[in-house]
Design a protein around this ligand. Structure first.
Ligand SMILES: C[S@@+](CC[C@H](N)C(=O)[O-])C[C@H]1O[C@@H](n2cnc3c(N)ncnc32)[C@H](O)[C@@H]1O
Ligand code: SF4
Length: 456
């Protein structure tokens, strides 16, 4: 059965699931052990958050604001300035992908997108081949700007279709019709063939398995090569949450949403889409390289109000990765960027255990899971078999067929992937136990060495 938390975690790059498992501060192991690979520090992806929307969708609790006035030009300056500052603070010499998310980044002026990409190119290498994605709300205004976004440097679109039922779009508070969504998909495909993704949500009020299956079939007739499926999460504080609490709206039960998920996976498979992550499906190898870099535990820099980043600073400690969060509220963020060049609100140094927790939580979301070489990059001393091979809980998961640990690495089976949130706790407990034991052994060994080298 799928738990809400699983797909909530699957939603978007901005709300990284790994954060839930941080013990905050904690143990900083011997970081030099896992810092060997230069591409872990010199390459990064870039996430840019555009915090404005024209209205609030009834289900959404992302960091977004309704603008009081047009401050496109101040936002452009500040996004450029923060990009410049954070790149300078990092050891990054190459940005491998850029993702403009929101909020509604398709409300930004195409010249803003061009200016940010130019800022990146001025400072570091941004190859012409690098994937540059923009999230688009499929309104007529959004559609009419797609060509200019392409001229600005965007080469991939992620379109928030959400539903193809006009009634449901109204309940969700969306400001477009299904017809407008279809027209936007067509135009995006004309401009970026093979590089258009669509977001759809299931588990919506009053939705049945049958209507979901019909809707998905309709979408598959028109969509390009990438689909993201998200289970609607009832977020506290949203209008939809309150409606459900008051009994004015109902959402399908968990066993129904689980059936929706499984049937969608099968339908997508039949249409040639390979599932490569809990919520993501691609045909013709059109995977999202940007999101893959999160799931592979690579560095990323997050700019804009409320953006998150994970990167190693230049100088300070040299190899310790930092979790950074930018100030949420756009006006406060703008002031901070104008005064100090960035709006970083929180910085936490990630210890070795915390980094491995992230690598595990993110890696297990992929159908390919974590291979031995990948794990070794972050944990050269303790391999996957050593960490997970002894635990009786993990053995049970292996025997039940939900989990696979073999000479390729660690991954979920088809059934296991739908149960990821109930599998992860056992893996995280075992990881913590093994890493702490290893650190205690190393500590004792260090003590012994010091005694023998200082015999007085
Ligand atoms: C936050 S939106 C930003 C992009 C754009 N503004 C839009 O609405 O399409 C990114 C995606 O998050 C997903 N999302 C937002 N709130 C969600 C929720 N409560 N449950 C599940 N998915 C959600 C939607 O599918 C949406 O396409
Ligand atoms: S447009 Fe997107 S970001 Fe804005 S409120 Fe709706 S779902 Fe949230």
């Amino acid at each position: 059965m799928i738990k809400h938390t699983l797909l909530l975690a699957a939603r978007r790059a901005l709300s990284l699931p790994g954060l839930r498992f941080f013990s905050g501060g904690g143990i900083i192991g011997d970081v030099s052990e896992w810092a060997g690979s230069p591409h872990l520090t010199e390459q990064a992806s870039l996430y840019v958050h555009w915090p404005y929307c024209l209205r609030r969708c009834s289900y959404c609790n992302f960091n977004k604001y309704i603008p009081r006035e047009n401050n496109n030009s101040i936002m452009t300056d500040c996004l450029q300035r923060e990009t410049e500052t954070l790149l300078q603070l990092s050891q990054v010499s190459s940005i491998t992908s850029v993702f403009f998310g929101g909020g509604t980044p398709s409300l930004a002026h195409p010249s803003t997108i061009a200016a940010i990409l130019e800022t990146v190119s001025r400072q570091v290498n941004l190859s012409d081949e690098a994937e540059v994605t923009l999230e688009v709300n499929p309104t007529p205004a959004g559609k009419s700007k797609l060509e200019d976004f392409c001229h600005a440097g965007v080469n991939r679109f992620s379109i928030g279709v959400q539903s193809l039922q006009d009634n449901d779009l109204k309940i969700l508070g969306r400001d477009h019709s299904s017809h407008q969504a279809l027209q936007t998909i067509e135009e995006a495909q004309r401009l970026c063939p093979g590089r258009v993704s669509v977001d759809v949500m299931f588990g919506r009020p009053k939705q049945s398995v049958e209507s979901w299956e019909n809707e998905l079939s309709e979408l598959l007739r028109v969509c390009d090569d990438h689909v993201s499926l998200y289970q609607l999460t009832l977020e506290r504080g949203t209008q939809l949450f309150k409606q459900v609490q008051r009994g004015e709206a109902t959402v399908p039960a968990e066993d129904v949403t689980a059936e929706m998920y499984q049937s969608a996976r099968k339908t997508l498979h039949r249409h040639g889409f390979l599932q490569y992550e809990v919520s993501n499906f691609a045909r013709n190898n059109a995977v999202s390289h940007h999101n893959m870099s999160y799931w592979k535990g690579r560095q990323y820099i997050g700019v804009g109000p409320g953006a998150h980043g994970r990167f190693v600073l230049l100088g300070e400690g040299g190899v310790v990765r930092e979790a950074r969060t930018q100030t949420l509220e756009p006006d406060v963020w703008i002031r901070e960027v104008q005064q100090q060049g960035h709006g970083t609100r929180r910085r936490i140094q990630l210890g070795h255990l915390e980094l491995l927790e992230e690598v595990l939580v993110m890696g297990m979301r992929m159908t390919e899971g974590i291979n031995h070489k990948h794990w070794e990059l972050f944990s050269p001393q303790l391999g996957l078999h050593e960490v997970f091979g002894k635990s009786t809980d993990v053995q049970e998961l292996l025997q039940s067929g939900q989990l696979i640990l073999d000479d390729r690495g660690l991954r979920c089976s088809w059934d296991g992937l739908a149960l990821l949130d109930s599998i992860l706790p056992a893996l995280l407990v075992e990881l913590e136990t093994q890493i702490l034991q290893r650190q205690q052994r190393d500590h004792r060994a260090d003590g012994q060495t010091q005694k023998t080298s200082n015999p007085q």
